[in-house]
Design a protein around this ligand. Structure first.
Ligand SMILES: Nc1ncnc2c1ncn2[C@@H]1O[C@H](COP(=O)(O)OP(=O)(O)OP(=O)(O)O)[C@@H](O)[C@H]1O
Length: 505
């Protein structure tokens, strides 16, 4: 019995459809050896008869059949909402067919001539996905709305982490739940800070690969000369200083999901190599003569308009086509303002938990201010604002200091208090907001303390509250930063600085 289907009580049933008798026999024998029960058909009409007569866990079909296309079998399974996972075999080089089949709901595709090892992996994955509904089914609930049935608790938890019950967010979540089970590449689009990575993690957690790794890669953060080794691995001695074999992201994500964040930042040369890896489902580590087969699902994300990047010649059309089989668009926060209270509540709970302190209350007035704030940086900006407010608050009730330049809580388009125009903030993509010129502070010491506090809080946040790292960034010693944190009463996770028991000590 196949180890790929450990949870099933009975052997999985597979229907193989191919008009070439030799190939059909080869597939049948391969699957029988894996412990599956196999039926075979040589045409669309024969496949229909088998489907009329019984249920299968997976249907593996050739695309071109004497009396029609494999797509017709797939369409029938979809239309009748049958549970069979469908794998389509397409001719080598016909990317359109593969993408079309995935878009139409195929679980996965195989390219002919079929590599038997890959064949076994893909079938095992389809059968595993099929076996999942046998587990107790819970319905994920979010703000009163029921999502598609999700089988794993990990999936439900990941969707719940994506806070927001607004209509656009409910659509995003039900789409995630729907597309998670399958191998079709997913492209998550959305502005920076909208939660694209959370969405990608939810796709993984709702999929049959949730027990496998989720490997997140920021494509824009890797130096160009290291990209290939980082993605595909390197053999010992293949470059100066490489003293042992090293796996790349593709190998690390085997059996799981490879999340390619900021895919629009990948240089063109690397785009070609990535396309090849996706098409061939194998990678060649630097310095190796052999290809490593890789079984990964690709989820990518971008804040860029990739179609425009294609038009501008900065992104390969064929790669875009391969990655964008299923699209999930995460809405900007301004398109779902009704999510603000729930988001604030969830973010404050997380911040307080990390800091080991009670959850501060958010007054209706602060919430009202936040709802008028443009929040161009989306949930990340909201999170930073709340972080800062928590770090600076001295009681149970949270205040957001509107005079603080970092808080920037003026509503967009508010009339300027004076005629003087401040230059637009360089990092803000928003239209420049008119801002009063800073007045000379009436209390220099508290003004400077406030500035220092904000800088320290930011450095601490950006270094994950590692005080050694934050101190290094600010050119301070650990002793100096501890002293300043204590003097300014900044709350940090790990608590009492005077005892030096923080996370970095
Ligand atoms: N719906 C949400 N519920 C709870 N937290 C969220 C939500 N959306 C985003 N966040 C939080 O906001 C921060 C940014 O989210 P994330 O990194 O997923 O955004 P992103 O769109 O991938 O950003 P970027 O484009 O800059 O990579 C994270 O800390 C995340 O936990």
């Amino acid at each position: 019995m196949s180890s790929s289907n450990p949870s099933a009580q009975r052997p999985a049933q597979i229907l193989v459809v191919d008009d070439e008798p030799d190939l059909r026999t080869l597939y049948e024998l391969t699957l029988l050896r894996e412990g599956y029960r196999v039926e075979a058909a040589g045409s669309v009409s024969e496949a229909r008869e088998h489907l009329d007569a019984g249920r299968f866990d997976a249907v593996i079909t050739d695309m071109r059949l004497p009396d029609g296309l494999g797509m017709e079998i797939l369409q029938r399974i979809q239309q009748e909402q049958r549970s069979e996972r469908c794998v389509v075999m397409t001719a080598y080089g016909s990317a359109e067919n593969a993408v079309e089949a995935l878009k139409a709901g195929a679980f996965d595709y195989l390219t002919k001539p079929v590599d038997l090892k890959q064949f076994r992996t893909v079938v095992a994955s389809a059968v595993q996905a099929q076996a999942a509904p046998a587990r107790p089914v819970r319905q994920a609930e979010d703000s009163g709305s029921k999502l598609t049935a999700i089988t794993s608790n990990a999936g439900i938890a990941a969707l719940e982490r994506l806070v927001g019950g607004s209509e656009p967010m409910r659509l995003v979540k039900s789409r995630i739940a729907k597309v998670a089970r399958g191998m079709a590449p997913v492209l998550v689009r959305g502005e920076s800070g909208t939660g694209k990575e959370l969405a990608a993690r939810a796709v993984h957690a709702c999929s049959q690969r949730s027990d496998g790794p989720f490997v997140a890669v920021n494509c824009g953060a890797i130096p160009e000369n290291l990209l290939e080794a980082e993605f595909f691995g390197a053999r010992k001695g293949s470059y100066t200083g490489s003293s042992q074999d090293r796996d790349g992201y593709f190998q690390a994500a085997r059996g799981g999901t490879l999340f390619l964040d900021e895919i629009g930042d990948l240089p063109l040369a690397m785009q070609s190599k990535l396309l090849r890896a996706i098409q061939e489902r194998s990678v060649r580590p630097i310095g190796s003569t052999q290809e490593d087969a890789v079984d990964v699902r690709i989820v990518s994300a971008t804040h860029k308009d990739l179609q425009a990047e294609v038009q501008a010649g900065r992104f390969r059309q064929d790669l875009f086509y391969r990655l964008n089989v299923i699209e999930i668009a995460v809405p900007a926060l301004r398109e779902r303002r009704e999510d603000l209270p729930a988001l604030c509540e969830a973010l404050l709970a997380r911040i307080a938990r990390d800091a080991g302190m009670p959850i501060p209350a958010l007054s209706a007035e602060v919430l009202q201010r936040l709802s008028q704030h443009p929040l161009h940086g989306n949930v990340r900006e909201l999170e930073n604002l709340l972080h800062r407010a928590v770090a600076l608050s001295d009681g149970d009730v949270l205040h957001i200091d509107v005079s603080s330049p970092a808080a920037q809580l003026e509503p967009a388009g508010a009339p300027p208090a004076t005629a003087t125009q401040a230059p637009a903030e360089p990092q803000q993509p928003a239209p420049p907001a008119a801002r009063p010129a800073a007045a000379v502070p009436s209390d220099l010491q508290s003004y400077l303390d406030q500035q220092e506090r904000e800088i320290l809080v930011r450095a601490l946040q950006e270094s994950g509250f590692n005080r050694t790292a934050a101190a290094a960034r600010l050119g301070l010693s650990l002793r100096q930063i501890r002293y300043r944190i204590a003097r300014l009463g900044i709350a940090t996770p790990g608590g009492d600085d005077s005892h030096g028991n923080g996370p970095d000590d």
